[in-house]
Design a protein. Structure first.
Lengths: 77, 349
């Protein structure tokens, strides 16, 4: 039930933003986050932004997991 | 893609050992089943599902409270899955079929919008873990319309973990912590389980790679003789969590002992509205008459399933009488219920 997905802020009116989930636009309330502006990515849950993401973090990338795996491998030595 | 999962699985195989890893998240179970993760890793590495869905965990008595209101002329607004969760005298879907006004919403903000449009009493049945509780808190602080009040069914994950560990029933050796609950509460509340009980923990995201890496990180901790809290889901979880959300929850709620479906009373495990907000508390506003006591449908083993001791395949009603079209127990209702997921993705054994 607490599924949340990253979306980019397109527009802000008071405490409500229009956000874009890769093509699908919805509104998201901003009462639970700070320091948001148009263009930034947020994690949206049941109509509310619950966290601000860095642009890099918003994209799930294979490199990030590869990187993590590398760090774990290096710990061993 | 294949390459990466192969790489992780190889590492898992190298240090595999008999271990029971519990996750407490319906979305994790979904990923595990959809990608057949249990069949990718060695058999001795067991991944079990705990009380991962805040819909399944709402006990009958809280459904009964809403049924009482719905059958006495109050409009109920809640998340879609809640409509089919059984109370002792039926479900909210039954009440709706009888003529009660029950509305499905996607978030508490929709309940606020509905309240502004109608002039009768409306109650939002607020289900959800720490991920969802701040959304309710923010609307209560903002000052909801006069005709809107709340029944808090919000529940907290760490007290349920503490209960499961201390009961010893599941014998769990490690935990995969839920990503989006942790977005709000951060990683600190988990530390006591590593420190006091020597349980390795990894906060994980919802991609199959996240889960596989989390399993590897746990095995690696065991291999190194460590028990700490690690954060695999850094892209959405900060160590301190979302402080603004935490402050809002703290302002609005106090923490109370309460039963969960399948569990007895769990100490300090639910959020209830503070006295300052009693005018927005439906339990204060209305004289709700319900009888204490859980009535489990005959044959349903949701209780042990929610506690991580049984799997749906062990239930005699699974797939025969009980299916997503005709759910008998709560775990078959929600898309994040362990029985519902097992039905849709088949057995992992
Ligand atoms: S509500 Fe949160 S913890 Fe529960 S299943 Fe959904 S994502 Fe997982
Ligand atoms: S299969 Fe149905 S009856 Fe059996 S435990 Fe699951 S929800 Fe209950």
């Amino acid at each position: 039930m607490c599924i949340a997905a990253p979306a980019q802020i397109i527009e802000i009116n008071d405490n409500v933003a229009v956000v874009d989930f890769g093509g699908v636009r919805q509104s998201a309330k901003l009462d639970l986050v700070e320091d948001v502006e148009v263009g930034r990515y947020v994690l949206v849950h049941s109509g509310y932004a619950i966290e601000v993401l860095s642009d890099q973090e918003a994209k799930e990338s294979l490199e990030a997991w590869e990187e993590l795996l590398k760090t774990l491998d290096e710990e061993e030595n | 893609m294949k390459n990466l999962s192969k790489k992780i699985v190889e590492r898992i195989e190298n240090i595999a050992r008999p271990v029971k890893i519990m996750h407490v998240c319906g979305s994790h179970e979904h990923t595990v089943m959809q990608h057949g993760i249990r069949s990718l890793i060695p058999k001795e590495v067991e991944v079990v599902a705990g009380p991962g869905c805040p819909v399944c965990c709402v006990p009958s008595i809280e459904v009964d409270e809403c049924l009482y209101l719905a059958r006495n002329g109050v409009t109920i607004a809640t998340f879609g899955d809640m409509l089919r969760v059984p109370g002792t005298t039926g479900t909210l879907a039954d009440a709706k079929a009888e003529g009660a006004d029950v509305r499905i919403v996607y978030g508490v903000n929709n309940a606020v919008e509905i309240a502004k449009k109608i002039d009768k009493e409306i109650v939002f049945m607020a289900a959800g873990f720490e991920t969802t509780a701040p959304t309710t808190a923010s609307e209560i602080v903002a000052g909801p319309p006069e005709n809107l009040s709340f029944i808090s069914c919000h529940r907290l994950i760490p007290p349920a973990l503490r209960f499961l560990i201390e009961s010893g029933e599941v014998n769990l050796n490690a935990l995969i912590e839920p990503g989006h609950v942790s977005t709000i509460i951060g990683t600190k509340p988990y530390h006591e389980f590593s420190e006091k009980y020597g349980i390795p923990q990894v906060v994980a995201g919802f991609n199959p790679f996240d889960i596989l890496i989390a399993i590897y990180m746990i095995l690696k901790q065991l291999d190194d003789g460590k028990a700490v809290v690690q954060n695999e889901y850094k892209r959405a979880v900060r160590e301190e969590g979302n402080i603004k959300a935490q402050k809002l929850m703290d302002e609005v709620f106090y923490i109370k002992d309460k039963e969960w479906r399948g569990f007895p009373e769990i100490p300090d495990s639910t959020y209830e509205l503070r006295d300052e907000f009693s005018s927005a508390n439906a339990r204060e506003r209305f004289d709700i008459q319900v009888e204490q006591g859980e009535k489990v449908p005959t044959g349903c083993i949701c209780g042990p399933i929610l506690r991580g001791v049984s799997r749906p395949e062990e239930c005699a009603l699974f797939k025969t009488q009980c299916n997503p079209m005709n759910p008998i127990g709560a775990c078959m209702v929600s898309k994040e219920g362990t029985c519902n997921i097992a039905y849709r993705y088949g057995s992992a054994f």
